[in-house]
Design a protein around this ligand. Sequence first.
Ligand code: ZN
Length: 207
Amino acid sequence: MPAAQVKELVEVGDWVTMWEDMVEIGDMVSCKTFDDRVGVYVMLEALRQARGSTADIYAVASVQEEVGLRGAVVSAFDVNATVGLALDVTLAMDTPGLMDYEYVTRMGRGTAIKIMDSSSISDPRLVQFCRKLAGERNIKHQLEILPRGGTDAGGIQRARSGAPVITISIPTRYIHSVVESVHKDDLQASVDLVAAFIEEVHRWNAS
Ligand SMILES: [Zn+2]
């Protein structure tokens, strides 16, 4: 648009959004803002799939994660949880031109169990527990260390007097673009692992 027309239509402080439709490309799906709508998808589907839990489960879709984990901090204060699990995307940089040590995760290799990123270090007991659940149920998974970036786990961990946390990540290509892409199998593996977590969280600290 010409500058004059833009100035007529747009004011400082107006909200804008990226625009792109969702497309399926083979086993992949691509869309804008999968970060972090796929997290909400995994949360809802895991709640549907889980066959119950002896724990009280609080599911939260929080706001303003990108600008400082703000929704997570206030939600975690309210819920006052014993254990926190965040759902977010993580980098899948398995694309031409990058070295395998830069991949972080790979598409189609399963859900990602986070060891650490720059917002939180996952409680090692929860990492062990999630690995065990994935092993027992044959859920395809990979371990994730993200050098830069964070998730709501960092907010949950520091709310009130703190709580052990972990993040389950969905490997995603082209994050923060309009063509963020995920693999359907990784989505399902994430749903399966979170459903298992809901069902068995009472024994997370057993050993
Ligand atoms: Zn993001």
